[in-house]
Design a protein around this ligand. Structure first.
Ligand code: ZN
Length: 171
């Protein structure tokens, strides 16, 4: 895999994540540019508060990962690694697919959830739990810990995901 960045602040992070993820076949074809914006205030679709406050986003149409400088560098180094790895997980989910054959909708998880599954596989479970505890809540974190069994992970996560997308979770 290869991560490109023109931003000196992101250089070391990119090399670290590249080194860790190159051990995994699903990352072989990843060739990605990582860049920074000072804030996401002016990002397309940023009327949504969640997007303005998010740490990073994978833009499938542009083919890059965009880092939200205002939020991202407040995080510890291990969380920065996890956040970048999560975005790469989104790319893997879209380009390679989830770790198992997905069912037709509505019986499938989003790439956001599968991206977290990949980050667990890549050794970022502890960081994921730290960051997701406040964002997605404790129930989500319990299911993340099941990542070693893809079928258990999916089975437990799917009802949670349906509640989330239908607005029944208010964490
Ligand atoms: Zn995501």
């Amino acid at each position: 895999m290869r991560l490109h960045t023109a931003d000196p602040e992101l250089e070391e992070l990119c090399r670290t994540v590249e080194a860790k993820l190159s051990a995994y076949n699903e990352c072989d074809e990843i060739d990605l540019t990582v860049s920074c914006r000072d804030t996401f205030e002016d990002l397309e679709g940023a009327t949504v508060r969640a997007l303005r406050e998010t740490y990073a986003v994978y833009r499938a149409d542009v083919g890059d990962v965009l880092i939200n400088r205002a939020e991202f560098f407040k995080q510890d180094m291990d969380l920065q690694e996890y956040i970048l790895a999560h975005e790469i997980g989104e790319v893997v989910c879209k380009q390679v697919g989830p770790p198992v054959e997905e069912e037709p909708p509505p019986f499938r998880l989003s790439c956001d959830t599968w991206a977290d599954w990949y980050t667990c596989k890549w050794g970022y479970l502890e960081s994921a739990l730290r960051l997701r505890a406040t964002g997605y809540g404790s129930e989500y974190c319990e299911y993340l810990k099941l990542w070693e069994s893809v079928s258990d992970f999916r089975e437990r996560m799917l009802p949670w995901y349906h509640r989330k997308v239908s607005g029944q979770l208010n964490e």
